[in-house]
Write a protein that binds this ligand. Structure first.
Ligand code: ATP
Ligand code: MG
Length: 381
């Protein structure tokens, strides 16, 4: 008999997890998501939904009572509440792992204690700490909120001493840390999986291009030397070895100007930079996550086709209902998330552009330029 899977969050990640789980009826008999938006993306593809806030304690208890196993698509959940329902349902990744990862300072402390390379960082409690820190790291440096940051909104780049006070005031009431600025030539990531039995697999390194602090494009594989991709994969394996948690993790890294790899941060969940795996790889990151939390043998992470993933974002100047997109071209896989309303830069869907045999990345990039025209989000008249 299959298990009942509970997912906290029913946005696009919950949706694609649901779709994968539905293809494994011998292992998963039902999917229930907890999400505040009525008829959320996951509910549209067959998940049952509890409509409630992600942090609603009663709703989390209800989810735990109804589920055999719980996972999440967001990292902002309340780890203490999750911990308290562990007797009702198995939770993966574990609430302890979540608690450590969702605080960037605890996460980087954990990584550096385990000799895994990160940018230099310190905890900041006062303006004086900040001044001391900047003396050590120099300008620019990044002041970061320790928790609940996304799309770069929790970061303040301190460019010169005149910025110190302003940067410090920007984070009033929040716990913060200072990080040395890493001169990088590329942002990359590894999607890594560890199952409940300790088996570990890492997908090949991919290259990430951001716009307005939001991921815009992922190129799989990353355009780096074999030495660099081997090094990144090695580091990702080290991370998975020391992390006690089962599931898929997105490990974001920088390739520095002198070809070192340092970790920016880890997401304890399936990751936007792994969406290419839906078409490029033998096993998608979504199926892999389910395999990992169920303790099944992990699937092959082989990259079968060079692929570029392009995020479809809401237009900057518009909020409201929008024209459905249609693209029917060979080797282009459009995935819309069923969100009714577009908002500025909201993630509404993505497309995967898959290479033909022997087709170069440069050629794919060229093709993508033409495709981008067809993905503009326009108001529904
Ligand atoms: P996201 O939601 O994209 O994960 P976030 O709000 O958690 O973003 P970070 O991942 O800390 O923010 O940083 C966002 C971006 O800022 C990074 O992708 C990178 O481009 C830049 N950045 C962060 N830390 C550093 C650093 N130490 N040195 C140089 N650039 C950095
Ligand atoms: Mg980040």
């Amino acid at each position: 008999m299959g298990k009942i899977l509970g997912i906290i969050g029913g946005g696009q990640l919950g949706m694609m997890l649901t779709e994968s789980a539905k293809k494994m009826p011998e292992h998963i008999s039902k999917i229930i998501v907890l999400d505040p938006t009525e008829n959320c993306p996951a509910a549209q593809v067959g998940a049952e939904q509890i409509v409630a806030d992600f942090k609603d304690e009663k709703a989390i208890q209800e989810l735990a009572e109804k589920s055999d196993i719980i996972t999440y698509e967001i990292e902002s959940g309340d780890s203490d509440v999750l911990k308290s329902v562990e007797s009702k349902a198995e939770i993966n990744p574990s609430p302890e792992t979540l608690k450590m990862i969702q605080d960037k300072f605890l996460q980087k402390t954990f990584l550096s204690e385990n000799k895994i390379p990160t940018p230099e960082f310190i905890k900041i409690g006062s303006l004086d700490d900040l001044q001391q820190g900047l003396k050590k790291f120099g300008y620019p440096s990044l002041l970061k909120a320790r928790r609940d940051a996304y799309d770069g909104r929790g970061n303040f780049k301190v460019d010169s001493p005149e910025d110190n006070q302003k940067a410090f005031d920007y984070f009033k009431g929040q716990n913060i840390m200072l990080e040395k600025f890493v001169p990088f030539k590329m942002e990359v990531s590894v999607i890594a999986a560890r199952n409940t039995k300790g088996q570990i697999k890492t997908y090949p390194l991919v290259e990430n291009i951001h716009e307005h602090n939001i991921l815009r494009e992922t190129i799989a594989p990353a355009r780096v030397s074999k030495e660099i991709s081997d090094k990144a994969e090695e580091i990702a394996k080290d991370v998975m070895t020391v992390l006690k948690g089962a599931g898929v993790f997105g490990i974001e890294m920088f390739v520095t100007t002198d070809d070192q790899i340092v970790i920016n941060e880890i997401a304890p969940r399936v990751h936007n930079s792994g969406h290419h795996t839906l078409q490029s790889s033998e096993t998608s990151q979504f199926e892999q996550h389910i395999r990992a939390i169920l303790g099944l043998e992990l699937g092959s992470v082989k990259l079968l086709h060079t692929t570029i993933m392009y995020n479809i974002l809401g237009s900057k100047d518009f909020q409201g209902e929008y024209h459905p997109l249609e693209i029917s071209e060979k080797n282009v896989f459009l995935k819309m998330y069923g969100k009714k309303i577009s908002k500025p830069l909201r993630k509404l869907g993505h497309l995967n552009l898959v290479a033909n045999q022997e087709e170069s990345i440069e050629n794919l990039i060229q093709k993508l330029t033409g495709l981008k025209e067809k993905t503009h989000i326009l108001a529904l008249k």
